[in-house]
Design a protein around this ligand. Structure first.
Ligand SMILES: NC(=O)c1ccc[n+]([C@@H]2O[C@H](COP(=O)([O-])OP(=O)(O)OC[C@H]3O[C@@H](n4cnc5c(N)ncnc54)[C@H](OP(=O)(O)O)[C@@H]3O)[C@@H](O)[C@H]2O)c1
Length: 60
């Protein structure tokens, strides 16, 4: 199962990533070239993914 991890380079996301198959994991962050405010980039990152987490982001 292919999984997208938003915030995947952060504290929570990188720990989650260690528990998943790297070949089936899409790490979403600005460092990996995907800003969650960019709908096209996010749509591309989520393509073929069946699950994602964590989605919440703190408001400024
Ligand atoms: N840490 C905890 O103990 C804890 C506990 C409960 C809940 N939470 C919640 O879990 C969430 C993540 O916490 P964390 O501690 O892992 O935070 P963190 O270490 O600051 O990580 C934030 C992640 O979000 C990414 N990010 C920020 N803005 C982005 C954007 N515009 N587009 C794409 N990616 C973006 C960052 O990567 P880039 O900078 O490369 O974009 C990074 O990967 C937060 O909502 C927090 O409130 C955390």
């Amino acid at each position: 199962m292919r999984v997208a991890i938003t915030g995947g380079t952060g504290f929570v996301g990188r720990h989650l990533a260690t528990r998943l198959d790297p070949a089936e994991t899409v790490v979403v962050s600005r460092r990996t070239g995907v800003d969650i405010d960019d709908v096209d980039a996010l749509t591309g990152a989520f393509r073929d993914c069946e699950a994602s987490g964590p989605l919440r982001r703190d408001q400024p």
